[in-house]
Design a protein around this ligand. Sequence first.
Ligand code: BGC
Length: 729
Amino acid sequence: MTQDQIMKLISSMTLEEKAAQMTQLAPVNFGFNCVTPLTGPDSGLRIRPEFSASIGSVLNCGSAEDMIRIQKEHLENDPHKIPLLFMADVVHGFKTVFPIPLAVGCSFSPENAREAAQIAAEESSVSGIHVTFAPMADLVRDPRWGRVMESFGEDPLLNSRMCAAAVKGYQGSKLSSPYRTASCVKHFAAYGSPEGGREYNTVDLSDNELYNSYLPAYTAALEAGARMVMTAFNTVDLIPATASEKLINDILRKERHFNGPVISDYNSVGELIEHGAAENGYEAACKSLKAGVDIEMMSSHFCAHLRELVNNGQITEQMIDKAVLRILNLKNELGLFENPFKDASREAEASIHLSEKNREAARRIARESAVLLKNNGVLPVSFSGAPEKIGLTGPFASSPYILGGWSAGNQTGIPLYEGLCGRIPRECIRLEDCGQIGSCLEGNPDIPAPDASFYARFKDCGTVIVAAGEHQEDTGEGGSKAFLRLSPNQEKLIQQMSHSGKRVILILFSGRPLEIAPIEPYCDAILQAWFPGTESGNALAELITGAYNPSGRLSISFPYTVGQIPVYYNHYQTGRPKRQESTDTRYVSRYLDCPNEPLYCFGYGLSYSEFHYSNLQIRNSSHSLTASVTVTNVSDITGCETVQFYIRDLSASLVRPAAELKDFSKVHLTGGESKTVSFTITKEMLSFYKDGRKIFEDGYFLIMIGKNSAVTLKQKLYITEQQFKKETL
Ligand code: BGC
């Protein structure tokens, strides 16, 4: 359709039809099932018949068959024959499930995020999905919040690169091409910073912090071309994001020039009333429309009040037309006016879903996303064969419920035991069931206490793998927790196993960093598996047996204890920092009863190889400024190292973080091999936002390169703007 045709179409629509176009309902409202459970209360949708024929979009419909039926029926009834737009949460895969995004962040590979998104788009598009509600660009610093699993972690740069890559993976270069879906970046803005880590709670940030830490990842997704944006449930600066003219109209539309549709989150228009920001539905609709929301998800205040709002002069019909234009433009770009079913096809579902190629990618990405946190030499497992066996227990030893939230349908992953049996003769593994882990929601988040006879069953095992963690339902949306330790019986199991003289390898399944300091001393090795997806067991078995050398690095810090939270590497320095060499132990910024540092910091992760850093050099020529380091694999095992480049601006008109990741590079090194890794220092890297504007200030910077955010080689350097004559911000 041409723009003229679309404009003509809009001018032929009634206000009621426009309001319906701006409303999103679930398949249940059309008499069908959803692919993932609905995440909000039934807000008592009352869609009158004059609206229902013209509804604009559908939430979480998940099969080609349902989509085709809903679309056909809709087109028969809609007087203008405008196709429905089908949107769904395809967050880390569709049928082939990839590791949770927090884990993919640990692979430090934007290419992994792109590939996972591309496969997710292929698999979901053939099931009739046109728009995916991903990536979640919310920066996270509080593992009590259940949705840390959906984010790429605590760092703005890593988050930005991963989000941009995911957008490209979903969308490709042309939306109407086969197997592409539009990407809706969410949740605008700062949803990842709820007070106390409690779901949907207040967010209160300074503008400078918002611009420097929280906005970059959304912006990167928009620059990569994301076609839609979802608002957030929370308030920012005491205004709910869904009613924030500053966030939507000013920052998103005016500053970032975003011209695609903005959708509310699930009933977040209606929730303005609960927030105390609107007295009733009329006011809620008015405020969110004025702020710039184009589509209302799962509430019906636009339908109920639009005519009245226009009649009363609160909202102009021009504003409404602009919103409808944005929606119809997206439908047009997806090619829906020509082919309202786009890629939906049962045959294509059968050949594309869970194909061998897709599973292989899921296995590789899962392998690269796990992080080795501790290893006393017990990994990779070696065993002398019969009569010795390898013990395997814990609630995740043979559980297939290891996909994590937002996994379409009742799907399962390959259990660890099955994966191990592909690498170690089945008869050499002693699998002992200790029961399933319960969930907090069911009120029993633990395993049954093992009795003494349980431990005796491992008598012929020198090493026992304990697969422990949290129930997958206790993470994700609505999955906030105040306690992050492993459940008491899991902790006892690990301790007891160690006391009985076994070497303990802990494989941790979780959607967040857990508090593992209390059991760390009892473990000879710890591998953070996260929720690794469809290929879980196969990928983990490759790591455990050494077929693949672990290479993941933490995308989020692991607190020493919950009382430290938020604990993140790119914090600000206080006026009284704790210094290692200082003898003053009281009047400094520290805890009396616990270290300041997390147990494992951002960027941390071990390998079966060992890497040594030397020779940090800074080269300052007339046309470029570079920092380089020599990295040597001092072991005889080939491995992959993620070389991390950080800076600190030592004195500026706004205080800057103690360290900021500015680039990273993954290098493969054979045993004994050395490589020089260089990073170009740009003006952009050394700049920051002040009062909404990006600026550069001359001064001293600390240049740091190392294996994680805490262990780096450092050099101080005075840098002036003069250095970057050609670079504009
Ligand atoms: C979540 C969104 C999601 C939407 C639709 C909401 O509860 O916050 O992230 O896209 O539901 O399922």
